[in-house]
Design a protein around this ligand. Structure first.
Ligand code: ADP
Ligand code: MG
Length: 379
């Protein structure tokens, strides 16, 4: 029996999405194989160890409540709470109220956190220091996957097709003459309309279309609320194709699916608020050549970003040219029962529960592989 700590919630614009993903994962992890320890992370980033009753409820019901109470644990130590320390060999240990430490049972961690402080390498770094195996990409892959500019730079190096973009930094925005020079660049490179989004966000938070200078200024200011770096991209009238990849050194790509948003683009409302916001088509009704191209590109994109465990690699298929373009990668994709990632795996013969088992095994495999390296040197 393995004890798995589920980290959910989190200091992220995608906190609510994480609650739904985590509830679904909790219900589908085989109770005969795994004991679960729930650690809810509040929007402020406080870790709360959940009572067993929360787990019971989550197993019985569709929803997992936001962590608003529990035994406070935290890193760094939080006033009045019980700090958790990363103790190699012992995993996570929490200070007891009397000042001692108590080891929490934990063999492996499943971070079910989308976006900042969860999908971006920060939690992964903490878990590396704690000497704990964890599901999904490592520190580097998570960080690279989170930064849309860095991921694209790596894909460009590999000769993979991406949507043309201009990276804008917050510090540039205030410079006199900056908007004029950006407009000239846009017009020289790809023209209007363009698409503006934060480099390190998700769920379409802070993303919008701009058709002229005034809407570009507004779009930049919106996006800059969420990140100091923003991408201005060519607006692609596209079909949105997503591909599930699973594995460590020899990853496998599943046949892709299509998202058909009913909104102008696949915005936050379409993703989570509007029940008719988008339709999922599995498999994606694209040509066999396009399917093959998407799957091959997904694997190359995965390797270029040094990913492991899992990722959903997202594409655009340009409606005018039919060209397949890489858009972005999600290292902790949405994981509700109706989310694209588990459904693509399911269509490929890997049911939800078996997928979770595979992710746990991949986490253990990567951990053991790394543990066999030497971390000392004697000349
Ligand atoms: N260059 C673009 N042209 C047109 N639409 C875009 C472009 N980039 C993103 N979008 C739209 O915005 C959505 C969110 O953008 P995406 O890059 O996937 O970021 P997120 O991490 O927020 O999902 C996409 O699913 C798509 O509908
Ligand atoms: Mg996306």
């Amino acid at each position: 029996m393995k004890t798995i700590a589920i980290l959910y919630g989190g200091k992220s614009g995608e906190h609510e999405v994480s609650l739904i993903s985590a509830a679904s994962i909790v219900r589908n992890l085989d109770p005969a194989k795994y004991e679960l320890l729930l650690i809810g992370i509040t929007k402020a980033g406080v870790w709360l160890l959940q009572e067993p009753s929360v787990l019971k409820q989550a197993r019985a019901k569709a929803s997992l409540k936001a962590a608003d109470e529990g035994d406070m644990v935290g890193l760094p130590p939080i006033k009045g709470g019980r700090p958790v320390y990363a103790a190699p060999g012992a995993g996570l240990v929490a200070a007891t109220p009397s000042g001692g430490v108590e080891a929490l049972p934990c063999d492996l961690v499943f971070p079910v956190l989308h976006g900042t402080f969860g999908e971006d390498g920060t939690i992964q770094g903490l878990l590396e220091c704690a000497g704990l195996p964890y599901v999904g990409a490592g520190v580097l892959g998570s960080a690279v996957g989170m930064d849309k500019q860095v991921a694209k730079e790596l894909w460009i190096r590999e000769g993979l097709p991406v949507v043309d973009f201009i990276a804008v930094r917050k510090a540039d925005r205030a410079n006199p003459g900056f908007m004029a020079s950006l407009t000239r660049k846009i017009e020289a490179r790809f023209g209007w309309p363009c698409f503006v989004k934060p480099a390190c966000c998700g769920s379409s938070v802070g993303a919008s279309k701009a058709s002229d200078l005034a809407s570009l200024e507004k779009a930049l200011d919106d996006a800059l609320l969420y990140d100091e770096k923003v991408l201005v991209e060519q607006f692609i009238v596209a079909r949105e194709i997503e591909c599930a990849v699973l594995g460590n050194e020899a990853p496998k790509a599943f046949a892709p699916g299509e998202i058909v948003p009913t909104h102008e683009f696949y915005d936050y409302e379409a993703k989570y608020k509007d029940p008719n916001g988008a339709a999922l088509r599995i498999p994606a009704p694209i040509s066999p050549q396009q399917t093959e191209a998407v799957m091959a590109l997904a694997l190359r994109a995965y390797k270029a970003c040094a990913l492991s465990g899992m990722a959903r690699v997202d594409f655009f298929v340009d409606k005018r040219t039919g060209n397949v373009l890489l858009n972005e990668v999600n290292t902790i994709p949405g994981f509700t029962a109706i989310s694209m990632y588990p459904r693509l795996c399911g269509a490929g013969g890997l049911a939800y529960g078996a997928l979770l088992d595979a992710l746990v095994d991949l986490a253990a495999e990567r951990f053991e592989r790394r543990a066999s390296l030497k971390f000392s040197y004697e000349a």
